[in-house]
Design a protein around this ligand. Structure first.
Ligand SMILES: [Zn+2]
Ligand SMILES: [Zn+2]
Length: 127
């Protein structure tokens, strides 16, 4: 093969262990016309689409701790920047109530998060 395409590199989520080869890391995936991503992402071509411009975002790096995290809601959150859930939990008070309430909704097994959801709701009701 005389193509200049480099061999696929492997993206591994440091939180859930998800791994997948990615074809590009950055903000502007190749073979796309006018797409500029909001962050530098690990991107791969959409294997389910024959369309060259279709691609999937696998994940990104946490803007705080630089961990590779997948785009799954259990592993990372995008709020102006990418944050892994560990950093989100560490800096929870710096996120707006809306984000906190959404996070709390997802993980209802932890009693402290349920409490946070309750206080978030009452704060919103005050507005
Ligand atoms: Zn993950
Ligand atoms: Zn992090």
């Amino acid at each position: 093969m005389a193509t200049s395409e480099p061999p696929p590199k492997l993206f591994v989520c440091e939180l859930c262990g998800l791994s997948s080869p990615f074809s590009y890391y950055g903000q502007k995936p190749p073979n796309t016309r006018a797409i500029v991503l909001l962050e530098e992402c690990f991107v791969t071509k959409d294997p389910f689409s024959p369309d060259k411009e279709k691609f999937l975002i696998l994940g990104s790096t946490c803007s705080v701790c630089s961990k590779c995290v997948c785009a799954g809601a259990d592993c990372s959150l995008f709020y102006t920047k990418r944050f892994c859930v560990q950093c989100v939990n560490k800096h929870l008070d710096q996120f707006p109530h809306q984000i906190r309430a959404e996070l709390a909704k997802k993980s209802c097994s932890c009693p402290c998060l349920t409490l946070r959801a309750r206080s978030g709701r009452s704060l919103r009701a005050d507005q």
